[in-house]
Design a protein around this ligand. Structure first.
Ligand code: FES
Ligand SMILES: [Fe+2]
Length: 353
């Protein structure tokens, strides 16, 4: 029984990862071949030749103009996945076609629709506009996680762990000690978790990047759009500073911390992370510092979640977790994900019995 919602958009890659070369990544258990056409469009199709399953990302398969020539016996595919040539005969079987996937390139990400492609158009692609906005400077990366994606969802929706797992980087005592407010917008499909610390220690991540010394106001406003997109709107300001009634906020530093949570398999995940800031935008030293710090923090989570995956995979059935107030966001996310799984596995509308 899968726990991965189908009929959903997932981040497959950063746009910069895909060029006019064959590139493979497993998304929700499916091996997908990506490449960029001469005109610049990203294509996504099954990474298994219809003939004898040879992975098309595997040499000596090659891209010739905008066609993929299988390196085993030469079946040749166009950019839409259709087979256009086979060896030894002129007739190409009508069914010779690779499964192709809907793709959207947006906000620096390549999004792929997994599931029934007929449902793609009616399903909005989540937005993370900061990542390629001229008003922000972004650093980003992706770390492989040997753990089920639900563990990363849990982790990101409960930031009290910053105090313990990320002490000395982004964690301070106030993160764990300040209560949260959780809201669920069922119609929009968003879980929000807010924690506003009005007088807090400034962790190195923000002290060195903003230059603020002393104590700070630190606001964490999470928006999670299950299953894939997570944004932490982080506001850092001198103690006592609040945004103006018109929404302007000149004394504050704003960081949009974006994660895309893409299941690779039932027990592994692509952990895409990005940090977009609206200050020190031309300062390469700040970019290098935030990239190195955030990657370190992500790897601290990866190490912990990889351990948890092993614990869960090997424990006897029936373990009962204990949840408290800090878990309300994570529990709301679990309910929404379960509903998406149930919906995605339902028979398509109009299907016969
Ligand atoms: S496996 Fe690809 S042509 Fe035979
Ligand atoms: Fe973390």
């Amino acid at each position: 029984m899968t726990t991965i919602p189908r009929d959903q958009w997932y981040v497959a890659a950063y746009g910069r990862e895909i060029s006019h070369e064959l590139f493979s990544r497993t998304i929700c258990g499916e091996s997908v071949l990506f490449w960029r056409t001469a005109a610049g469009a990203v294509t996504a199709m099954s990474d298994r030749c219809v003939h004898r399953r040879f992975p098309l990302s595997q040499a000596p398969t090659r891209l010739v103009d905008d066609q993929v020539v299988c390196g085993y016996h030469g079946f040749t595919y166009a950019a839409d996945g259709r087979c256009v040539a086979v060896p030894g005969q002129t007739r190409v079987p009508r069914t010779a076609r690779l499964r192709s996937y809907p793709v959207v390139e947006q906000d620096s990400f390549v999004w792929i629709f997994i599931g029934d492609p007929d449902r793609a158009d009616a399903t909005p692609v989540p937005r993370a506009p900061w990542l390629d906005s001229p008003d922000y400077t972004t650093v980003s990366g992706m770390e492989p996680l040997a753990a089920r994606y639900e563990l990363l969802v849990d982790n990101l929706l409960d930031l009290s762990h910053e105090t313990y797992l990320h002490g000395g980087y982004i964690g301070t005592p106030e993160v764990a000690s300040t209560p949260i407010r959780t809201e669920v917008d069922e119609a929009a499909g968003v879980v929000s978790v807010s924690r506003h610390m009005d007088d807090a220690e400034c962790p190195p991540f923000y002290a060195r990047s903003t230059g603020l010394t002393g104590r700070i106001a630190r606001w964490q406003d999470i928006e999670y759009t299950p299953p894939c997109l997570y944004t932490l709107h982080s506001r850092i300001a001198p103690v006592g500073s609040v945004p103006n009634p018109d929404g302007s906020d000149p004394d504050a530093f704003h960081v949009e911390v974006v994660y895309a949570i893409t299941p690779e398999t039932e027990s592994s995940t692509h952990d895409f992370w990005a940090v977009a800031r609206d200050f020190a935008r031309d300062d390469q030293g700040v970019s290098d510092f935030l990239a190195e710090q955030n990657r370190t923090v992500v790897l601290q989570d990866v190490e912990a979640l990889d351990v948890l995956e092993q614990v869960i995979a090997t424990e006897p059935a029936g373990y009962q977790e204990l949840s408290i107030n800090i878990d309300t966001g994570g529990l709301a996310a679990r309910r929404m994900l379960a509903a998406l799984v149930a919906r995605g596995s339902a028979a398509p509308a109009g299907a016969g019995t």
